[in-house]
Design a protein around this ligand. Sequence first.
Ligand SMILES: NC(=O)C1=CN([C@@H]2O[C@H](COP(=O)(O)OP(=O)(O)OC[C@H]3O[C@@H](n4cnc5c(N)ncnc54)[C@H](OP(=O)(O)O)[C@@H]3O)[C@@H](O)[C@H]2O)C=CC1
Ligand SMILES: CC(=O)N[C@@H](CCC(=O)OP(=O)(O)O)C(=O)O
Length: 301
Amino acid sequence: MSARIFIDGQAGTTGLGIAQRLRGMPGIELITLEEAHRKEPKARAEAMASADVTVLCLPDDAAREAVELAPPGARILDASTAHRIAPGWVYGFAELDAAQPGKIAAATRVANPGCYATGAIALLHPLIQAGMLPHGQHLSINAVSGYSGGGKVMIASHEATNGPAFELYGLGLAHKHIPEIMVLSGLSRRPLFVPSVGHFAQGMLVCIPLFLDQLPGSPTPYEISEAYREHYDHAPDIITHPGIYGGTLEPDALNDTNQLEIFVCANGAFDHAVLIARLDNLGKGASGAAVQNLKLMLGDI
Ligand SMILES: NC(=O)C1=CN([C@@H]2O[C@H](COP(=O)(O)OP(=O)(O)OC[C@H]3O[C@@H](n4cnc5c(N)ncnc54)[C@H](OP(=O)(O)O)[C@@H]3O)[C@@H](O)[C@H]2O)C=CC1
Ligand SMILES: CC(=O)N[C@@H](CCC(=O)OP(=O)(O)O)C(=O)O
């Protein structure tokens, strides 16, 4: 028997990415609304009622409205920021720890993580859990994303104007991913987060600098990479690199995959390290993770 999936927001960047991934999968039937009806509350509520899982690929306010429209008991996977740390919702980062896949599988409401948050949590949570980073550590997070991270509006703007080549944003230091990064990593002190966007469509790097001599026990970079190896030993989509990485890193090497790579760069003479996550903002940072979560919610069909 096939599983019926309704994507609310089927015409957007994330919705199209999820639909494309699901079309190739056996055992999945997509419920689609005609263009004229795709924003009608009644048509959307009916589609939700007949779906095994509804995936919300909508702006935050529209996602909150959709949850209100949903019949009681409807299973929902929300790709927006609206419910990431909301009570009653399970965070859809399956690699968080050994218990998370089971929690996602059993949940009625799952929040798909933000793209930057996926990279930051993947770097921070294992070290905080292992006691190598204190919960109250002062941290800066710097990241660059391809312009598809900004959805249809940013894509159209970059493609129409051929730029800007690069820009910093979020300079009010209140980016919407900071709350989920804090809660899921286990940080008690708000990190500084400076995102940026470049004139390339897809791909992402998330970088976290550390002064190793300020950490408990002054861990070596090798101990940090070993902590990642142990934590992600049973996570096929997370690729850890042993030892210290000293090459160059381009953001788009994992495009169209659901993988995330972790690098530890360091210079022991200065006790300096930089933790780096590379992922596809539209893959593991959005549609790839959504499909991974859907598979778990449907019993890994
Ligand atoms: N792009 C990315 O890398 C990521 C995005 N996300 C999140 O996913 C969600 C969708 O983002 P993204 O795909 O980029 O955005 P887009 O702007 O590309 O797409 C949003 C879609 O939602 C539709 N929509 C808006 N309001 C309603 C409504 N009331 N009822 C039905 N449909 C509606 C829009 O319709 P119309 O086409 O008519 O404008 C559009 O098709 C956002 O919450 C975003 O934060 C999550 C992870 C990564
Ligand atoms: C380049 C760009 O604008 N990126 C988006 C984040 C996209 C994303 O993954 O986040 P959500 O799932 O939370 O929307 C931003 O910074 O708001």
